[in-house]
Ligand binder design. Structure first.
Ligand code: BGC
Length: 413
């Protein structure tokens, strides 16, 4: 057994040396909609003559993938690129492992095309080290209109009070009100929408971005946890450990009324041939219509040993930022292009709403980085806060105790 794994490991190393111009791409896009999306990048790279070595690590929001990246980089065998985003890019930059891709950025005029808030995240010490793929909006709620109709619910509720009235009706009709997967990152995804809906964008910014202790311990935060406690009562008993895309399938199949999830969920509806406005509804989570939590996927590039590996890496970066890829990828993924110059024509109503709402919230000062999806704070702090939210979801912890634990976790560095 042991020998077999050594032989296997050796053949992997040999294979990677044999095709040094291949690109090896580590990502966590394994659901139906996600796999279709990443296949488009593979196609483009293969058309340019590069071999594609797929390094897919299953697990929503990439926790398992991040463990895999660490293992590979530590063993001196970093992939060409890995799906890493937000402040984590700086963390990897500080380790001295990221590759400079300024050449691709200069050729593609990234500085002129990308909004500065985005290009800043893709640079380490002024040099591009990552390429952005998309913009996901996190503060969405997805709904099955048939389930709502059967229960006598008229449209997607826009306040939390109205939401709970609707959830009661759905439960009475025999369906599950909230499709959810009991995994810490999914709990945190709902939590950030509740913080945004109950407290507003400024409160969100103070508490989940600036980690302001007064906001974290405020009565508003107690109300957030009270709302979470209520949400818990509408989640079915089999939710523990469920993957997010299986929760989305419950809404698609009419088992459940709602799901709180970023718009990668739309990728699942689309892959199932469902049409927005007809087969499913997308709306801002209650109380968050005027705000927007953003989550930008990107690929960080790692220093490569093989001399000709750089060619593939630069071609990958160029392909990711090309308008053609940005369009086809985002049509499948549920997100919107990170390039503002991609035509809107082929995008559906949820995507164009995302584009409009992003622009409006940016003007209004209510465009916020997603806490749950690694856009807002250091990964260690995010992990500690997420643990508190998950503990609250899985125990009888009081809202007051949760707030105290949250404030303590926010000090983690
Ligand atoms: C990523 C998405 C991904 C989702 C589920 C998010 O954090 O940004 O690209 O589809 O997690 O894994």
């Amino acid at each position: 057994m042991k020998l077999k794994s050594i032989v296997l490991a050796t053949s992997v190393v040999l294979a990677s040396n044999a095709f040094a111009a291949d690109v090896e791409v580590l990502h966590y896009w394994t659901s139906g909609g996600e796999a279709k999306s990443v296949a488009e990048l593979k196609k483009i790279m293969q058309a340019k003559g590069f071999g594609w070595k797929d390094f897919a690590v299953a697990g929503g929001a990439g926790e398992n993938a991040m463990t895999a990246v660490k293992a590979r980089v530590m063993s001196g065998n970093a992939p060409t690129a890995a799906q890493i985003k937000g402040p984590s890019i700086q963390e990897w930059g500080a380790e001295g492992t990221l590759a400079n891709i300024d050449e691709a950025a200069k050729d593609g005029k990234w500085d002129a095309i990308l909004p500065k808030v985005v290009s800043d995240v893709m640079k380490y010490k002024g040099h591009y080290v990552a390429a952005p793929v998309n913009v996901h909006r996190v503060n969405w709620v997805w709904a099955n209109p048939e389930v709502l109709k059967k229960a006598g619910v008229d449209g997607v509720p826009t306040t939390w009070d109205a939401f709970f009235v609707a959830a009661d009706k759905i439960q009475k009709s025999g369906a599950i009100a909230i499709a959810h997967g009991g995994q810490p990152w999914q709990d945190a995804t709902i939590f950030e929408s509740v913080v945004l809906g109950v407290g507003g964008a400024q409160f969100y910014d103070k508490s989940l971005v600036k980690l302001d202790q007064a906001s974290l311990t405020s009565p508003t935060m107690v109300k957030v946890f009270d709302t979470m406690a209520k949400i818990k009562t509408y989640i079915d008993k089999d939710a523990a450990g469920r993957e997010w895309n299986l929760a989305t399938a419950m809404v698609i199949n009419g088992k459940a009324g709602f799901q709180f999830m970023g718009d990668w969920a739309k990728g699942e509806f689309t892959a199932a041939g469902k049409v927005p406005g007809k087969d499913f509804l997308c709306a801002a989570a209650p109380g968050t219509e005027k705000s927007y939590t953003f989550n930008i996927d990107s690929f960080a590039m790692f220093n490569q040993k093989a001399a000709d590996a750089k060619k593939g890496q630069l071609a990958l970066a160029t392909s990711i930022m090309s308008p053609e890829f940005q369009e086809v990828f985002n049509l499948n993924k549920g997100s919107i292009p990170v390039r503002p110059d991609v035509p809107r024509g082929k995008f559906d109503a949820c995507a164009t709403k995302s584009m409009d709402d992003m622009a409006a919230s940016s003007k209004a000062g209510s465009l916020e980085p997603s806490f749950a999806h690694g856009m807002a704070v250091h990964s260690a702090t995010q992990g500690a806060i997420t643990d508190v939210i998950a503990k609250f979801m899985n125990s009888n912890m009081s809202s007051k105790d949760a707030v105290a634990a949250l404030a303590k976790a926010a000090k983690t560095k």
